[in-house]
Write a protein that binds this ligand. Structure first.
Ligand SMILES: [Zn+2]
Length: 210
């Protein structure tokens, strides 16, 4: 079987994101910015399919495209000159093993390249990714992070794939704040209602997914 590029959003053979899906990503920014996150698109319809399909298909080109959407929003907000470094909120080591990569990291690297600033891993998950020994209520509040030292006064952009409640990015911002850094938060997509991205049904990947 020859490798065939298919659209991450609709499975059509051809481009990594087909023209129809590209247009679907050009809508206005989501209005719900209550959690203070710059989000490029609403996590619905084709945009949702693309973000979910990105796990299985055309990782590099889809990352580049989604990063471009974030960068466009940042430029609209005139925030591009207020960023010294880009980072991401690392996913749990279990999830990283399952996926084989960290979507946040791929995005952060692509956003940094497009903004012309460095990308650094500045955050670690508090508790080494293990949730055992934490109470249920602690687990429900989401992950916690520890920021690396030496960030006093640094202006840090933290990027993530989907923002739902904002608790992950909020925890990242709190950790950076503890080190004296100023955090800005951005995501590809934000859920319009508080459905959790993780429980939405996934299309199964085709066997030849690149
Ligand atoms: Zn498509």
């Amino acid at each position: 079987m020859i490798f065939e590029t298919r659209c991450a959003g609709c499975d059509k053979p051809g481009a990594a994101i087909c023209t129809t899906c590209r247009f679907a990503l050009l809508g206005p920014a989501p209005h719900d910015a209550a959690h203070g996150v710059i989000a490029a698109v609403a996590f619905t319809g084709r945009a949702r399919n693309i973000v979910l399909g990105w796990k299985y298909r055309n990782r590099r080109s889809v990352s580049r495209h989604l990063a471009g959407l974030i960068v466009n929003r940042i430029i609209e907000e005139r925030a591009q000159y207020d960023i010294d470094v880009v980072t991401w909120a690392p996913t749990s080591s279990k999830r990283r093993r399952e996926r084989g990569f960290d979507q946040g990291e791929l995005l952060a690297r692509a956003v940094a390249r497009q903004l012309g600033v460095p990308c650094r891993r500045l955050l670690d998950r508090d508790g080494s990714g293990s949730q055992t020994g934490r109470s249920r209520s602690e687990r429900l509040t989401g992950p916690r992070f520890v920021a690396r030292p030496g960030l006093d006064g640094a202006r840090v952009l933290v990027v993530d794939d989907v923002v739902t409640t904002g608790s992950t990015l909020g925890a990242a911002a709190a950790a950076l704040d503890d080190r004296g850094a100023v955090a800005r938060l951005a995501a590809v997509a934000s859920t319009p209602d508080r459905r959790r991205a993780e429980v939405l049904p996934l299309r199964r990947p085709a066997a030849h997914a690149a």
